[in-house]
Design a protein around this ligand. Structure first.
Ligand SMILES: Cc1cc2nc3c(=O)[nH]c(=O)nc-3n(C[C@H](O)[C@H](O)[C@H](O)COP(=O)(O)O)c2cc1C
Ligand code: SF4
Length: 486
């Protein structure tokens, strides 16, 4: 992963935790309405893909165990990981792409209600993503994948040669020579793996996304409601389709790209269709970026505009992330796909303890506060969820007191210690296992391995009820907190 040049090392430390009375009278542990539902506390576990599903994208026992463990901490809300709305094989990512997924998702909802004693509200993140292939072996790329054209022949000065000869010639060229023969798309396919973009208007399915996506999101929204979720989060963030529509790099000329208004058009149309399908009493919001952190990408001013329009359109909450783009991702190894959290934008999305003078904590807080101010100035009271490097009660309480957000997201801190919320509420914050922001978990995600935390995944491996990862070396959920053993 990309790291700031300064490479200053930071350590998470907490000087004081609240006692029971302070926690009870805090903003953090006070309720808030999100659309028609009430969160008992202003704490939120943002979506995190743990790679617990199967090749069919179904809810497995491991999925249920994973989220039930989070639910035992009784946070205000949990957002289930990015869940695919299309019926396409996508590895062990959860899917909600046809009605057959509803019973499994319902089991998940029921399990979480039970594990949290009904205290936690449950949302699901709905995602669409475009095609991406692994970085090919160069020989295979030239032998098979590359489509040989007259342009190649002409640039090589080999107009009358047959395809095999052209392929052989290309495979012998140096990197510099290839740059003058292959197109930028072909070079990218060779060096990073082929990746579709929303601007690939020559591909009919991509040209038609504005016609197909509203219906797909709406059907998935209806299924989420049928399964018993309390609401849905439309995934408009990071490297995926809807975020790419919002991006300043979206130059489509069909009315869905170019100006900020046109880039916003499809995200608003998707929301309108979802709203029509699930009704006005079912919470619907989105997650999007306070800044893409890429050259030529959307910045804070775009985000303020998008947020205001989302709020005016009637979204029930707005959750803000930042960065996490393919555009500046590192070149993957041969046989691996590019991962959108390896460049600077990825660092801003999940900052690690090796950082710069600003440090890894709260890098998203001020941009989100600015977005919230814009929304309030527009007369909207839409709740704003912030996230990024927040691990202590004092941090969370301060940013709520300063009106920089309305709800606080704890992603990796909840992964490190799912009982954070109950421990702090019960005045036992000194028992919290603090996230180190090592990004060991994110490294596992990058390799599509079952995500665990280095703070607990080697503990009590020999206990009979411990479920191990497929590598046999790690436990899959945090050991149970035993408050009575103090
Ligand atoms: C393993 C892992 C998986 C993630 N998956 C998602 C996801 O599915 N959707 C999403 O919007 N963000 C995802 N994120 C980003 C987090 O929701 C969060 O924005 C980020 O980790 C920063 O917050 P934190 O500092 O509290 O961890 C993921 C993060 C991690 C560590
Ligand atoms: S592995 Fe654990 S300690 Fe390290 S960043 Fe992830 S959640 Fe935090």
């Amino acid at each position: 992963m990309w790291k700031p040049a300064e490479r200053i090392k930071y350590q998470t430390e907490v000087e004081t935790w609240p006692n029971v009375e302070r926690a009870a009278s805090s903003r953090l542990f006070s309720p808030i309405g999100i659309g028609g539902v009430t969160l008992e506390q202003r704490t939120w576990i943002p979506a995190m893909v743990p790679w617990r599903s199967n090749e069919e994208g179904e809810v497995t026992q491991d999925v249920i165990d994973w989220y039930s463990r989070f639910a035992e901490g009784k946070p205000g809300a949990i957002v289930i990981e990015a869940t695919g709305i299309r019926d396409i094989p996508s590895g062990p990512l959860l899917r909600i792409s046809n009605d057959s997924y509803v019973p499994g998702l319902k089991r998940l909802v029921d399990a979480i209600r039970e594990a949290s004693g009904g205290h936690t509200r449950l949302l699901i993140q709905l995602i669409d993503f475009l095609g991406i292939r692994r970085r090919p072996d160069p020989q295979k790329y030239f032998d098979r994948f590359l489509v040989v054209t007259d342009q190649h022949r002409s640039l090589l000065g080999m107009e009358s040669e047959d395809e095999l000869t052209i392929r052989a010639k290309l495979s012998q060229l140096s990197d510099d020579e290839l740059e003058s023969v292959l197109s930028p798309t072909e070079l990218e396919a060779l060096r990073f793996g082929y990746r579709e973009r929303v601007t690939d208007m020559h591909i009919p399915a991509i040209a038609q996304l504005p016609q197909t996506l509203p219906g797909l999101f709406a059907q998935a929204g209806v299924r989420a409601k049928q399964a018993g979720f309390d609401g849905i989060e439309l995934h408009y963030a990071h490297a995926y389709t809807m975020s790419s529509f919002l991006s300043a790099t979206n130059t489509r000329t069909d009315g869905y790209g170019g100006s900020a208004e046109e880039r916003l058009r499809l995200p608003l149309e998707v929301f309108a269709r979802v709203r029509d399908s699930v009704g006005s009493d079912f919470p619907v919001g989105c997650r999007f970026l306070s800044d893409e952190i890429i050259e030529g990408g959307s910045g804070l001013d775009d985000a303020r505009f998008f947020a205001t329009e989302f709020a005016r359109a009637g979204m029930d909450f707005l959750s803000l992330s930042r960065g996490g783009k393919f555009d500046d991702a590192k070149q993957p190894k041969v046989g691996w796909a590019a991962y959108p959290y390896t460049g600077r934008s990825g660092y801003e999305c999940m900052p690690s303890y090796i950082s710069d003078a600003q440090g890894p904590w709260e890098r998203n807080v001020e941009p989100v506060a600015a977005i919230r101010t814009s929304i309030r100035k527009a007369g909207c009271s839409t709740p704003i969820i912030t996230a990024g490097g927040i691990y202590s009660f004092e941090q969370a309480e301060r940013l709520l007191a300063e009106e920089k957000a309305d709800v606080v997201g704890f992603a990796r801190q909840a992964l490190a210690d799912p009982d954070w919320f109950e421990k702090v509420r019960q005045g036992r914050g000194d028992e919290v296992m603090l996230c180190r922001y090592s990004n060991y978990c994110e490294g596992l995600d990058q390799k599509h391995k079952q995500v665990t935390c280095e703070l607990w995944d080697r503990e009590e491996l020999e206990q009979p009820d411990t479920v191990l990862a497929t590598d046999g070396k790690r436990r899959l959920t945090a050991p149970r907190w035993r408050p009575d053993l103090r």
